[in-house]
Ligand binder design. Structure first.
Ligand SMILES: [Zn+2]
Length: 127
């Protein structure tokens, strides 16, 4: 630490204004020599947050992604400001759900095919 950072406007030590909404975000060092911008003052139960977005604070003040799965019911975590920012699109928080929605979009398309209603492909080819 102590290096001069470039980039977003510094508000006070450890905080930067979000370039999208101008609200403050905590600028926190991560375990792997990186930085992350966290939502100030928000800690939520880990199980409410998608796995890759659970930041926990270590004893030295740095943060890392919480790797315990399923999460301890008492574990609380922090989240990145970009997830809470009203001016940024929400990233894909649940990739499996997005994949399922894609599958269903294709299935719905096949069903509404006006040419020839095909039987639904329910049973996968057993080979
Ligand atoms: Zn913002």
């Amino acid at each position: 630490m102590g290096a001069v950072e470039e980039g977003p406007r510094r508000l006070q030590v450890g905080q930067y204004a979000c370039p999208h909404c101008r609200l403050p975000q905590d600028h926190v060092a991560t375990l792997d020599q990186d930085w992350v911008l966290l939502e100030p003052g928000v800690e939520v139960p880990a199980h409410l947050v998608p796995a890759e977005h659970r930041w926990i604070t270590l004893s030295d003040g740095r943060v890392t992604v919480y790797g315990v799965c399923p999460p301890d019911g008492a574990q609380r975590c922090r989240i990145e400001h970009r997830l809470a920012c009203a001016r940024q699109p929400l990233p894909d928080l649940w990739p499996w759900l997005t994949a399922l929605r894609g599958e269903n979009a294709r299935a719905a398309e096949r069903r509404s095919d006006p040419e020839q209603p095909r039987p639904r492909e329910v049973w996968p080819d057993a080979g």
